[in-house]
Ligand binder design. Structure first.
Ligand code: URA
Length: 236
């Protein structure tokens, strides 16, 4: 059971104050009967709620996979910058959030949901959720660097806070090298700082996997889709 004003606000029909006004003005029916009390409790799965002739069905959770493009920030809102949530046009829930962050200039897999328990589990350091990144790096990545990444690095937080063992695979060596890196943690700017610690610079960074999820390669940068039931089952 949920309050009628919350039901409508959750579904993006307006702010809590706006929907209260609409309800009091008699613009909302529940199961065919006009309902003027914002605090009326309704069964979110069963009630037929209509606002000004438009049926408003209820969804509790939404899950989107976004291929994040360069130039948008991983935040719910921002005064100046475009956010990842601005990209999701047909969202039903007003309370979606990105699960974790990618830098403004990082592209790739970002999960967006309002399922706070799932987000918490995926981000908890104790759960060791794998994240795989593809990167192009300035300079020649050697097997010695692979070893250093496997042993853990001081990335400026002191010896106590060294990075956990990380699996670095070299895809191509050259003036610009290509690598894949799997991490089980998510320190701020971690990939960039790990390469900085060995004197190298990340030129391009893309996240390809996040826990059980793999970026759908049919999604161009900036595109998104809902998770499939199979993906959801893997995650939950
Ligand atoms: N590591 C980084 O340096 N940046 C990201 O966006 C993600 C991981």
């Amino acid at each position: 059971m949920i309050r009628l004003d919350k039901y409508l606000a959750d579904m993006g029909a307006g702010t809590r104050t706006e929907v209260k006004r609409l309800i009091r003005q008699g613009k909302v029916t529940v199961n065919g009967i006009t309902e003027k009390s914002p605090d009326r409790k309704i069964e979110e799965g069963n009630a037929l709620v209509v606002l000004e002739g438009r049926e408003i069905s209820y969804v509790q959770y939404e899950y989107y996979m976004l291929n994040k493009p360069v130039g948008v920030v991983s935040a719910r809102s921002d005064k100046r910058e475009k956010t990842v949530l601005d990209l999701i046009e047909r969202k039903r829930r007003k309370d979606l959030s990105p699960v974790g962050r990618l830098d403004k200039d990082t592209v790739g897999l970002l999960l967006l949901t309002n399922d706070g328990a799932l987000a918490h589990r995926l981000l908890s350091p104790k759960k060791h959720v794998d994240k795989t990144y593809y990167a192009r790096v300035k300079g020649f990545v050697t097997e010695e660097i692979v070893m250093q990444f496997a042993e853990g690095l001081d990335i400026g937080e002191g010896q106590e806070e060294r990075t956990k063992p990380a699996a670095l695979r070299i895809m191509r060596q050259g003036d610009i090298s290509e690598i894949r890196l799997t991490l089980q943690e998510g320190k701020y700017h971690q990939v960039k700082r790990m390469f900085q610690a060995v004197g190298m610079e990340v030129l391009y960074l893309k996240r390809e996997t996040f826990g059980a999820l793999t970026l759908d390669d049919s999604l161009a940068e900036g595109e998104y889709r809902r998770l499939t039931n199979e993906e959801l089952e893997l995650l939950l």
